[in-house]
Design a protein. Structure first.
Lengths: 154, 379, 389
């Protein structure tokens, strides 16, 4: 008999504690700096172009082959405004295939890709799977708007 | 409380056994697992397990990914004890390639692996209570502590469940600056949580009546079926790979191996509860011994790892048993064959032996106490 | 004011119309109470589990039951094609109506009831026995092995636990000398029956949990195994008739019975004193509802804490422990009430002592039955692995 009374006191004790759940979506908990949502591209404000040169390093390193990258000659380099000879032309990431392993961030030679560490990276549901294929402008949007402080492993 | 399956019961009229299907979609099967029970009234006479619903061809996939990309797959195989699976794979590759990880990386790996063991056992405690019918109370208690551990993992690696943090040779990047303090805090909370679960379940007469003498497995039968881990230790055999075949730096720590006496579900529960406390002991020692500064990858680390041709079998103590990785390399960046020895698969083979003769309600208890991870059974 | 509600609106009317109107009042009160109880259970159990419970529908989630009811009303009415049509359709009603009928004999205030039955208690324990038929109908008609297993288990459980329930109320009615609920309540003006008869109170609590198929006795609707038991094929409003209305109306009805029979109903402590004047009905209603609320919370607390018992352990508990002690209590009551007629206080004291002795004896028997090796032996070998090395 004592055991069941012990269980009852244990539950009564927890009833007096504050609940640990918060009301999402009205409140969001803080995500840490290293939180890995989905990859985004970074914008170079000095040269006013993406950091990415389209070198295919991340595309080759991706385990699930979720990226498609093409490269073009950088018109700004011809004009002398930028040091990058080549620049990314098209960049598609299929968020539906991405497994968020961070390998693309590690292999990037130019620190051009980073993981989205904000809440918007987690709230990406859509009704159609095709909407999950992000193109270059969508990937650059967050960085262009300066809404992100990305964390890239050194 | 088991009726001997061999007894012939005198019957006045002919009866037929009923086939009850505890189907792939079920709140108590811990994943997509199908059990067909042949019951005579309430007593189980035969059990036919059906697996394979989660087969994703993982070993074949690992042959097409190089040694860094395949670490993500190990996470998804053991989705509750990810760091243990990653550690095993990474140690196997290090053995093959002859890499020596630096000290700090070893300590980080051990701390994270043991904390993962704690979180996996908390998941077991929560799910076991739910299987028995406590429906929610034990689940939320266990998960509150597990959330603290997962928050710590998120601060270190960035993800709450699929970390892909270990690399052959060390870890991918360094831990945050307040890592040691956070680990100490998490250890304290985990001990409080283990005591909470203890108070809720261990002495509860109903819990004892439901789990004691249910699903007994003797040591000989356990070894015959290839059962390892807490189930083997609950049967009475003091065998733990961390003690008997120490890998990584486990020989530097002082910890005990809880061993059961009866081999029933109650002992399995107690063994896992005590293992939480022992793991916290290891973590506390590791945090004291860990160097504050240091490299996390070897100095001369090749960009693309090409181990020498050869084969290696590495086994580690997973929260469920012996997790083994067998790699054959032909000198390329991708392995020729990667075979995973899954602990849940072998533990599940003893299910029929343990369940026949018990009631239908006990079948769910025994399955819960086996603590399987379906992705590991099916790979 | 009480007279106003006596003959509804003070008008002397046809007895059938009067009964009909009273019934409507009970229906409305029951519906509102059931919705409130669902909300209270979710919040209370949520707090036990360290979470918030419903928060979004309405302020602090108070309209959650309304939202659930609306959703269930608009769900598609599904019936398995091979199900027995009439049995399937009628089973929820056969389960619910008897529970509702128990509310008809309960006096909520002094003199306010739907019908004052002389055989009140007898009626109250007899009528819920019909729910067993409802369970069996549902289990058989669903054409589903899970349902059949659940229905058979539930039939065994419900029929078994009727007996301790009957013995518990029988013991109390012996003390009160009548089966009429009004008389039993009036007889408790100095001391509630809980003090005189603690053992039947505990037996009642246990038997009520088993009658309602609540944890720890919810093997028929074992949520982790036979999900839903006999009701697994039901959905929509039919399902909610069982799980919401039957279970919570039953919970409310039985806790009202417990409050009235054991805790003093609307009489104890100061229910019918003159100083309340015209508003004594407010106090009496408050007493009745708060006592039944207390019992409801206790039952919810027990439900949220314990694992479920297996069917054979459940039956053993009923037949080997509750039933013999119920019989002993009835026999001892008979002896005491026949041979002790000095004074009321002497009778009360002796009743209290004998019943408490039986409670202690039952606790000891339970301890012997569930005796496990002590914690040190059970757990020590494992938890002391620390020192053994």
């Amino acid at each position: 008999m004592i055991g069941v009374l012990r269980s009852l006191t244990a539950t009564m004790a927890t009833m007096m504690r504050k609940p640990v759940t918060i009301e999402y979506p009205s409140k969001h908990r803080r995500v840490p700096e290293r939180d890995r949502a989905f990859p985004i591209l970074l914008w170079d404000f000095e040269a006013d172009e993406p950091f990415c040169t389209g070198c295919h390093a991340c595309e080759r390193a991706c385990p699930v082959e979720c990226m498609t990258v093409t490269m073009k000659d950088n018109p700004k380099h011809a004009e002398g405004k930028s040091k990058r000879r080549k620049i990314v032309d098209e960049f598609f990431i299929d968020y539906g295939r991405c497994m968020r392993c961070n390998i693309c961030v590690e292999v990037c030679n130019f620190d051009a890709i980073a993981m989205n560490n904000t809440w918007t990276g987690h709230e990406l549901s859509s009704v159609d799977r095709k909407d999950l294929i992000m193109d270059k402008e969508q990937l650059l949007a967050l960085s262009k708007a300066k809404q992100i402080r990305p964390w890239v492993p050194s | 409380m088991a009726i001997e399956p061999e007894t012939q019961v005198e019957r006045e009229f002919e009866t037929q056994d009923l086939f009850v299907n505890i189907g792939p979609q079920h709140p108590a099967t811990h994943g997509v697992f199908r059990m067909v029970l042949e019951v005579d009234g309430e007593v189980v006479r035969n059990l036919i397990p059906h697996i394979g619903y989660m087969h994703r061809g993982g070993e074949k996939l690992s042959e097409h990914m190089d040694y860094r990309q395949a670490i993500g797959y190990q996470d998804r195989t053991e989705y509750l004890s990810q760091f243990n699976a990653e550690l095993c794979y990474v140690l196997a590759v290090e053995k093959l390639a002859g890499l020596v990880p630096p000290e700090r990386a070893e300590y980080i790996r051990i701390i994270l692996t043991e904390l993962n063991r704690v979180s996996s056992h908390f998941m077991f405690l929560g799910a076991f209570g739910t299987d028995l019918g406590v429906f929610g109370t034990s689940f939320t208690y266990a998960f509150r502590e597990r959330e603290h551990i997962l928050d710590l993992f998120e601060e270190v690696s960035g993800d709450r469940l699929m970390y892909a943090y270990f690399r052959p040779g060390g870890v991918a990047w360094d831990v945050p600056r307040d890592f040691k303090d956070r680990v100490r805090w998490v250890c304290k909370q985990a001990l409080v949580g283990a005591d909470d679960m203890d108070k809720l379940l261990t002495d509860n007469e109903i819990f004892i009546a439901r789990t004691r003498n249910i699903g007994k497995l003797s040591i000989e039968d356990a070894i015959d079926y290839g059962v390892t881990g807490p189930m083997l230790r609950a049967s009475g055999m003091k065998f733990d790979l961390r003690r008997d075949e120490p890998y990584s730096i486990y020989d530097r720590f002082d910890f005990d191996i809880p061993v059961g006496t009866n081999g029933d579900c109650y002992d399995r529960y107690l063994v896992r509860l005590q293992e939480i406390r022992e793991s916290i002991r290891i973590v506390e020692q590791a945090v004291e011994q860990m160097p504050d500064e240091g490299p996390i990858l070897p100095e001369r680390m090749p960009r693309m790892l090409r181990p020498a041709a050869g084969e290696v079998y590495m086994r580690c103590e997973d929260p469920r048993g012996e997790y083994g990785v067998y790699i054959i390399s032909k000198g390329a960046t991708q392995p020729y064959r990667c075979r995973i020895r899954s602990p849940s698969f072998c533990n599940l083979s003893a299910l029929k032996h343990m369940t026949v003769g018990h009631f239908v309600a006990d079948a769910v208890t025994i399955l819960g106490a086996t603590d399987i991870v379906l992705c590991s059974v099916d790979r | 004011m009480a007279l106003l509600l006596w003959g509804i609106f003070g008008v002397d009317m046809n007895v059938w119309l009067d009964a009909f109107l009273r019934l409507q009042i009970v229906v409305i009160v029951m519906t509102v109470t059931v919705m409130g109880l669902i909300y209270i259970e979710r919040k209370f159990v949520g707090r036990i589990q360290m979470r918030l419970g419903p928060m979004r529908t309405g302020p602090y989630g108070t309209l959650q039951s309304v939202a659930d009811a609306l959703k269930l009303l608009t769900k598609e009415d599904i019936r398995p094609a091979t199900a027995d049509f009439w049995l399937f359709e009628l089973a929820p009603y056969v389960t619910f109506v008897p529970v509702f009928m128990t509310l008809l004999a309960l006096p909520f205030m002094e003199g306010w009831f739907v019908r004052d039955l002389q055989l009140g208690l007898f009626y109250i324990v007899a009528i819920p026995g019909v729910t067993v038929i409802g369970y069996l109908m549902a289990g058989w008609a669903s054409d589903n092995k899970y349902a059949l297993l659940g229905a058979v288990r539930s039939a065994a459980q419900l029929i078994s636990y009727e007996l301790p329930l009957v013995l518990a109320v029988l013991a109390v009615s012996m003390v009160a000398g009548s089966l009429n609920l009004n008389d039993i309540i009036l007889q408790q003006d100095t001391v509630p029956n809980l003090v005189l008869q603690p053992l039947p109170f505990l037996i009642l609590l246990t038997a009520v949990l088993a009658e309602l198929s609540r944890r720890p006795f919810d093997i028929p609707i074992g949520e982790s195994e036979l999900v839903g038991g006999p009701w697994v094929e039901y959905s929509g409003i039919r399902w909610s008739i069982i799980f919401a209305l039957t279970e919570y109306a039953g919970l409310w009805a039985f806790s009202l019975i417990g409050a009235m029979v054991f805790l003093g109903g609307w009489e104890w402590p100061f229910g019918t004193r003159d100083f309340w004047g015209d508003f004594d009905f407010v106090y009496q209603l408050a007493l009745v509802f708060s006592k039944s609320f207390l019992l409801i919370l206790t039952m919810m607390w027990i439900s949220a804490t314990f694992p479920r018992l297996r069917i054979d352990q459940l039956m053993a508990f009923c037949w080997k422990i509750l039933l013999p002690f119920g019989f002993l209590q009835v026999i001892i009551n008979g002896i005491v009430l026949t041979y002790v007629d000095d004074s009321e206080t002497a009778r009360n004291v002796i009743l209290f002592l004998t019943s408490s002795a039986l409670v202690v004896a039952m606790a000891y028997v339970i301890y012997l039955a569930t005796r496990q090796p002590s914690r040190e032996e059970r757990v020590g070998a494992i938890l002391a692995a620390r020192s053994a090395q």
